[in-house]
Write a protein that binds this ligand. Structure first.
Ligand SMILES: Nc1ncnc2c1ncn2[C@@H]1O[C@H](COP(=O)(O)OP(=O)(O)OP(=O)(O)O)[C@@H](O)[C@H]1O
Length: 406
C-alpha cells in the first residue's frame, strides 16, 4: 500500500520572498490527489519540499514515521527511495540514452545485476509505450516522449509515492488522456500514493480522488475532488473556468480599482473569455483499463469521505453522493460484464468509461485493432472483439438525487 504523506504547518520562502505559509494537508495512502493553482504560486516548490530537495523554514513533512524536514541525510536518502518523481521537464540527462536515463535510479539505489536492470527498464519502457526508442537521446525525441521517459524513470523503483509535476504540459489532449489513464492504471496496480500538479481542468475533473489549490501564498482548500469542483470561492470558480475576470490577475493579485473596472465590463456584457462549463456537474472518474485490478484506494477514500461528509458544504455533500452513486453504477456494470460476458463485457466497460472527458473514445475506434499510431504514441495495442457492443453506455447520466449512499 502507498505511504501517507502528512504535511503540517509548512512555510517556505526564498530570502524575503515568501512562497506559501502554514500549509497543512495529508495525501492519503494510495489515493490520487491533484494540486492546482495559478502559475508561480509555488506548486513545484511544494513538490520539491515533499522530497526534501528544498527545506522549509517551518513545519513538518511526515513520511513513514519520519519528519523529512528534520531527519539526517542518510534517513532522507532512504526515504527518497519510496518516491518516483516526474519533474516538469522530464529532467532527463541529455547525454544519456533513454535506456540509461531510465536505468539510472536502479544503478544508483540498488545492487541489481545488469540483466535484472534490463528486465525492469524494458518493462517500464513498454508500459509507457516507448519500446524501440530506448537508444535515442532525449534531444532526439518529442516532448511527449520525454515526458513518458521521465515517467518510466519515476516508476523503476516501484515507488510508493509518485509525484508528477504537470504530466500534461507540452502534450496534446489525446496523449494527456493516455498519460492520465496510465497513472490510474499504475495506481490500480501498485496502490501508490500519487500527487499530480496540473493546470489541466480535465485532469482535475476526472483523475484525482482529492484536489487542493494554492493561491495568495496559502492552501485555499484540500479535499475530495467534488468539494473543489462545487466550490463557491471566486478564485476556484475563476481558475476552473479560465476567465480573466476574478481575483487571479496576470501577475500579482488585482487591486480594488481593477476589480471595479472588471465588474463594470461584466455588467456591460463583455466576456472574460472563460468557459461556461458547469463544473458542479460531476463527471465520472477515470477507471482502470480492463484487465487492471480495481483501485484499492477507492474503498478507503469512500470510507474517509463518508466520515468527512457532515462537515462539508451542502453542495459538496450532494455532489459526493451523486459521484458515489455513479461510481457504483459503473463498477456494477463492469463486474456484471466481466462475470457474465467475458471479453465483450470488458469492451463495453471500456466504452462506458471512455465517454468521460479525459478518457479516450475507444468506441469511435476501428473495431479490429486499435493502434495508437504515430511515433509519439504508446505501442500497446487495444483489441476490441468483433462481437463487442457498439452502443455507448451513458455514464455521464446524473443519478437521481438521493440515490447515493450516505
Ligand atoms: N530555487 C529557487 N530560488 C529562488 N526562487 C525560486 C526557486 N524555485 C522557485 N522559486 C520561485 O518560487 C516561486 C514559485 O515557483 P514554482 O515553480 O513553484 O511555481 P508554480 O506554481 O509551480 O508555477 P507554474 O505553474 O508556472 O509551473 C516563483 O516565484 C519562483 O521564481
Amino acid at each position: 500500500m502507498g505511504v501517507e504523506v502528512s504535511v503540517e504547518g509548512l512555510t517556505k520562502s526564498f530570502g524575503s520572498q515568501n512562497i506559501w505559509r502554514d500549509v497543512s494537508l495529508t495525501l492519503p495512502s494510495g489515493e490520487v490527489s491533484a494540486l492546482l493553482g495559478p502559475s508561480g504560486t509555488g506548486k513545484s516548490v511544494f513538490l520539491k519540499t515533499l522530497i526534501g530537495l528544498l527545506h522549509p523554514e517551518q513545519g513538518s513533512v511526515i513520511i513513514d514515521g519520519t519528519d523529512i524536514t528534520q531527519c539526517s541525510a542518510k534517513e532522507l536518502y532512504e526515504i527518497r527511495k519510496l518516491f518516483g518523481v516526474l519533474f516538469q521537464d522530464g529532467a532527463l540527462f541529455g547525454s544519456m540514452s533513454l535506456y540509461d536515463n531510465i536505468a539510472f535510479p536502479l544503478r544508483e539505489h540498488t545492487k541489481k545485476k545488469e540483466d535484472e536492470v534490463r528486465r525492469i527498464v524494458m518493462e517500464k519502457i513498454d508500459l509507457v509505450g516507448l519500446a524501440g526508442a530506448e537508444d535515442k537521446l532525449p534531444g532526439e525525441i518529442s516532448g511527449g516522449m520525454r515526458k513518458r521517459a521521465g515517467l518510466a524513470r519515476a516508476l523503476v523503483l516501484d515507488p510508493q509515492i509518485i509525484l508528477c509535476d504537470e504530466p500534461d504540459s507540452g502534450l496534446d489532449p489525446v496523449r494527456t488522456a493516455y498519460i492520465s489513464q496510465l497513472l490510474i492504471d499504475i495506481n490500480a496496480q501498485i496502490d501508490a500514493t500519487i500527487l499530480i500538479v496540473t493546470h489541466n481542468i480535465n485532469i482535475a475533473r476526472t483523475i484525482p480522488d482529492n484536489i487542493g489549490m494554492l493561491f495568495r501564498k496559502e492552501l485555499v482548500m484540500f479535499g475530495p475532488r467534488e468539494q473543489l469542483l462545487t466550490s463557491e470561492q471566486p478564485v476556484v470558480k475563476q481558475f476552473l473556468s479560465g476567465d480573466r475576470f476574478g481575483p487571479i490577475g496576470m501577475s500579482e493579485e488585482k487591486d480594488e480599482a481593477v476589480a471595479a473596472a472588471e465588474a463594470a465590463m461584466q455588467a456591460a456584457g463583455i466576456s472574460g473569455g472563460g468557459t461556461k462549463d458547469d463544473f458542479t456537474e460531476i463527471i465520472p472518474q477515470v477507471q482502470p483499463n480492463p484487465g487492471m485490478p480495481e483501485r484499492k484506494a477507492v474503498g478507503r477514500h469512500r470510507q474517509r469521505v463518508l466520515e468527512l461528509l457532515p462537515s462539508l458544504p451542502a453542495n459538496a455533500q450532494q455532489a459526493i453522493r451523486e459521484s458515489m452513486a455513479m461510481e457504483d453504477e459503473v463498477l456494477a456494470t463492469k463486474r456484471a460484464h466481466e462475470q457474465g460476458q467475458g471479453q465483450a463485457g470488458a469492451a463495453e466497460w471500456t466504452t462506458a468509461t471512455a465517454t468521460a472527458p479525459g478518457s479516450v473514445a475507444v468506441a469511435d475506434a476501428p473495431t479490429d485493432v486499435y493502434d495508437f499510431g504515430g511515433n509519439d504514441a504508446p505501442t500497446q495495442q487495444w483489441e476490441t472483439p468483433a462481437d463487442a457492443p457498439t452502443e455507448q453506455v451513458d455514464t455521464t447520466k446524473k443519478p437521481r438525487h438521493g440515490d447515493g449512499r450516505s
